[in-house]
Ligand binder design. Structure first.
Ligand code: EPZ
Length: 430
């Protein structure tokens, strides 16, 4: 099994290019089945989750051409089925976006129940509530979610919780329903807005995305489009915190600084310098980091997908910090791994009380999920000595060329497969 081998201690210095947003690409690729015309999509990240989605779409007959590593042309005019049982879809959360897209276009869909990182219950009751409000029958049986409707009719839907997935899924289904739909208490994440913009570029009539009230006027059909996916807010934030954690100086390029406001605010609070330009942000960490408090919230609050990364920074800062995870119930699994590296953290429910330590020491650790895996790599990059990180397939789900980008910033990190590879890495870097 592939692992990362890491020798800590090098401050990360240099420039890194951010790729397309995974969590925008997944619904946009799914939504491509909502037209019989060709769609041309740029800035698709080449990560495991998007590749699983692309191959599932190809499996139901979507004609696909990879123009280059990050550009794909798709045509779904002759798909063979609206039943998706591809086993790999069980591994990704976003498989359920195919339900909203197929239900919207074909008024029916059967998709294997979603998987995704084990960070909490990952319920789908709000998705089901939205589909039913639009007039669809929904049944969950035999590990599948099955839905169909004579027609979909617009409705006034109030989300009981702010849900990115449910907002996106209901938006897709409502796009081709008859009449008006209002989604109240909608999620406002950048990827919700990106999907709305994509659908509008295909002839949809969606207003208010990015606010908590989204208004949709159903349209009978959607046409082809050319579209470029927004930069990944979380990949950008991860590299910004990589600079903080390794006391480096990193220019993060190809970002939308507006999407990074809560991340920038926290970096300033803990003592980093942050310089913004139109599509890049520079983070310099020359002084010891300071403690702070942070609570994860729906956008524009501090993102839950950045919670492990800030916790790693705070666990090596001066003083006591408090991290509150308000979105998911089980997103502190990495704390045990970080403790093996010398961290002093106590988790009580959805709160982590962090007493900063002077430094981490290298250890053999495992990635418990996608974002925690990336955060643990950052801890290992700052640690004294050598570390190995296994279960890196989680990290590869959402970060393209993660170790190569870190290497380009001066990190001593390599992919290894065996103990012998690790010994060779140690000899080379010793
Ligand atoms: C999306 O997950 C992202 N995944 C997650 O990123 C991200 O952490 C999350 O949004 C929050 O921003 C993708 O976009 C593929 P939610 P999603 O529905 O849609 C509860 C990553 O690292 N809820 O906003 O599943 C749910 O249990 C991943 O890229 C219900 O109760 O998140 C959670 O507590 C990890 N009922 C809260 O809402 C529902 O029907 C927020 O979940 C739906 C959700």
């Amino acid at each position: 099994m592939e692992q990362y081998a890491i020798k800590g201690g090098n401050p990360l210095v240099g420039e890194v290019e951010i790729g397309g947003a995974k969590n925008a690409a997944l619904p946009i690729l799914a939504a491509s089945v909502m037209t019989d015309e060709t769609v041309y999509i740029e800035n698709v990240p080449d990560v495991r989750d998007t590749n699983v989605m692309l191959s599932a779409l190809e499996g139901i007959g979507v004609l696909m051409k990879r123009e280059d590593r990050h550009t794909v042309t798709m045509n779904a005019a002759n798909i063979s089925t609206t039943v998706l049982v591809d086993e790999r879809l069980k591994k990704i959360r976003a498989s359920y976006y195919l339900i909203g897209a197929l239900l919207g276009k074909y008024k029916q869909a059967e998709v294997v129940l979603p998987g995704g990182c084990d960070i909490g219950s990952r319920a789908i009751d709000q998705h089901i509530k939205g589909f039913r409000a639009l007039g669809a029958e929904v049944v969950v049986e035999y590990g599948m979610i099955k839905t169909k409707a004579e027609h979909l009719v617009g409705s006034h839907i109030y989300m009981d919780v702010v849900s990115v997935g449910a907002t996106i899924n209901v938006m897709m289904a409502a796009t081709m329903a008859e009449g008006k739909t209002i989604i109240e208490n909608a999620a406002k994440e950048p990827h919700v807005v990106d999907l709305a913009n994509f659908l509008n570029s295909m002839g949809a009539n969606i207003k208010g995305a990015g606010t908590d009230v989204i208004r949709i006027k159903g349209v009978p059909r959607l046409h082809g489009t050319e579209y470029a996916i927004i930069p990944d807010q979380i990949e950008a934030g991860t590299f910004m915190f990589a600079a903080a954690i390794t006391k480096g100086d990193v220019m993060v390029k190809n970002v939308i600084t507006k999407h990074l406001e809560s991340i920038t605010a926290k970096l300033l609070e803990i003592g980093c310098e942050v310089e913004e330009a139109d599509d890049c942000v520079r983070v310099v960490a020359s002084k010891p980091l300071r403690h702070t408090q942070v609570k994860t919230l729906p956008y524009p609050g501090f993102p839950t997908d950045m919670q492990p990364q800030i916790a790693v920074a705070l666990a090596m800062s001066q003083g006591t910090s408090i991290v509150t995870e308000s979105i998911f119930e089980n997103r502190f699994k990495y704390v045990d791994e970080l403790t093996r590296m010398g961290a002093n953290i106590k988790v009580e429910g959805n709160v982590a009380i962090i007493n900063g330590v002077k430094k981490y020491t290298g250890a053999s650790i495992s990635a418990p999920d996608l974002r925690a895996g990336a955060a643990l790599v950052l801890a290992a990059l700052s640690a004294e000595g050598y570390s190995t990180v296994d279960d890196i397939r989680y990290i590869e789900r959402g970060y393209e060329d993660f170790h190569l980008k870190l290497q380009s910033l001066g990190a001593q990190i390599e992919l290894i497969e065996t103990e012998r590879d690790f010994q060779k890495f140690k000899l080379k870097t010793g």
